[in-house]
Design a binder for this molecule. Structure first.
Ligand code: NAP
Length: 425
């Protein structure tokens, strides 16, 4: 590959071309190079099954005209074993250069140890919008009475807020310096003079900016327009955190009612200007307090199509929503920026099932389907859906679904992948 960067420890495939970008959208050749990270723990089993399904979908849908040139890049435990680092520069460079990657889950220790590799990847590559569709696939086990009503996509801001990784451990000299400085600011302002941060506290910072909130909302509204989504809810906890979560809400509304003015009606305008009747072809933009959003998507899921959230709320909401339609085993995700995207499952490494050929690979396979959609390969995407739906309908499923579906047949990870390929027809 003529224009690939010089990697320290990697060799890019000779065949294949890179994806380029125009106005934040990918321009995709017929044989793109797609870097992949296998992932830790169950990632190994999942990737083996997923790559076969994805190749079959491309091959069958394009009758051999299209082909992905897979390029293994490393992160997590495998990278540390091979190169002595959890996230080699080569990996970042490869994803930056080729504009795309698909990855399995990576371990993140709680408390001390390395910071999240997933968060590092999203921040370094500026993949600012995390997209997590939550949809019911007939045959999947669900605790809901009417799971078909659940059909929404969560747009989670990916690069700032409490995930920015700026925190200080309690009772360290650094934490003390930060606390002393903040206490001085609090004491000097009449509005806050009675507040004080405890000397022994651990401290984290929650930066939220207009620029990052608005570019995220812009991507969400563009997606809504492209996909015919007519209801967008901004989720926040602005009643309590006024200058971070409240500001996020205000900036999102501001963007919607300026750049997208002709396409949107706010909930307020719906009642003050339209007598409660939604004008045809417009998108309703509303906002909901985060805690209420959790009960709303359980009790009235049909009223929600897109949730635009900040980082932490989106993380919580996407796992909770995934549980409504079959759990983490089939919850896909994408991290998208203006010059790249990384597709990944919502779930983690589920280490107790590693190398047991048990885990459900559905979430990575569906993340691959999201990648096909982003690439404009809609026929390949649809074949993945067709294969998965028919496999669920036949009640041939991995352990997580088998324990919830009466009369189901339990398949291992590899056999579940085979069944999807078989059902593509
Ligand atoms: P987890 O790996 O998501 O697993 C929690 C439980 O969810 C599993 O024990 C299993 O439940 C179920 N589950 C997860 N993936 C599944 C799948 N593909 N098929 C079927 N069931 C699945 O969460 P965790 O145990 O909290 O985290 C483990 C590690 O992963 C941590 O280091 C964490 O930081 C990391 N993590 C990584 C990512 C990422 O890479 N994007 C995301 C989240 C967490 P049952 O045991 O009930 O079957």
């Amino acid at each position: 590959m003529a224009d690939a960067p010089k990697f320290k420890n990697l060799t890019a495939p000779k065949a294949g071309q890179r994806i380029t970008f125009k106005d934040g959208d990918p321009v995709v050749p017929d044989n793109p190079v797609v870097p992949y990270i296998e992932g830790d723990g169950t990632g190994r089993d999942i990737w083996k099954a997923s790559v076969r399904v994805l190749n079959a979908a491309v091959e069958k849908s394009s009758k051999g005209k299209r082909k992905i040139e897979w390029f293994e890049v490393f992160a997590g435990e495998k990278a540390n074993e091979k190169f002595g680092t959890y996230l080699p520069d080569d990996t970042i460079e490869a994803i930056r250069h080729f504009g795309v990657a698909i990855k399995g889950p990576l371990t993140t220790p709680v408390g001390g140890g390395i910071r999240s590799l997933n968060v590092a990847l999203r921040q370094t590559l500026d993949l600012y919008s995390c997209q997590r569709p939550v949809k019911y696939y007939e045959g999947a086990p669900s605790p809901m009475k009417d799971p078909k009503d659940v059909n929404l996509i969560i747009f989670r801001e990916n690069t700032e807020e409490v995930y920015s990784g700026i925190e200080w451990k309690a009772e360290t000299p650094e934490a003390k310096k930060v606390i002393d400085a903040l206490n001085a600011v609090l004491a000097g302002d009449p509005a806050t003079k009675n507040k004080k941060i405890a000397e022994a506290a651990g401290v984290g910072i929650k930066p939220v900016t207009k620029f990052k909130s608005q570019r995220h909302m812009r991507r969400a509204l563009k997606y809504a327009l492209r996909h015919g989504i007519n209801d967008v809810a901004i989720i926040h906890k602005g009643n309590i955190m006024k200058f971070t979560e409240g500001a996020f809400r205000d900036w999102c509304y501001e963007l919607a009612t300026t750049e997208f003015r002709e396409h949107v009606v706010t909930e307020d305008e719906l009642w003050t200007k339209h007598d409660g009747k939604m004008p045809k072809g417009k998108i309703l933009v509303k906002d909901r307090i985060a805690d209420s959003a959790f009960q709303q998507i359980l009790l009235r899921p049909a009223e929600y199509r897109m949730l635009v959230t900040m980082n932490l709320n989106g993380d919580y909401l996407s796992d909770a929503a995934a549980a409504q339609v079959g759990g983490l085993g089939i919850a896909p995700g994408a991290n998208v920026g203006d010059s790249g995207a990384v597709f990944e499952a919502t779930h983690g490494t589920a280490p107790k099932y590693a190398d047991k050929d048990m885990i459900n690979p559905g979430a990575v396979i569906l993340s691959g389907a999201m990648m096909f959609e982003w690439m404009g390969w809609l026929e390949a995407r649809d074949l993945v859906y067709k294969g998965l739906l028919a496999t669920l309908k036949a009640k041939t499923v991995t352990y997580d679904f088998e324990r919830l579906i009466p009369g189901a047949t339990k398949l291992g990870t590899a056999a579940f992948g085979d069944a999807i390929i078989k059902h593509m027809g």
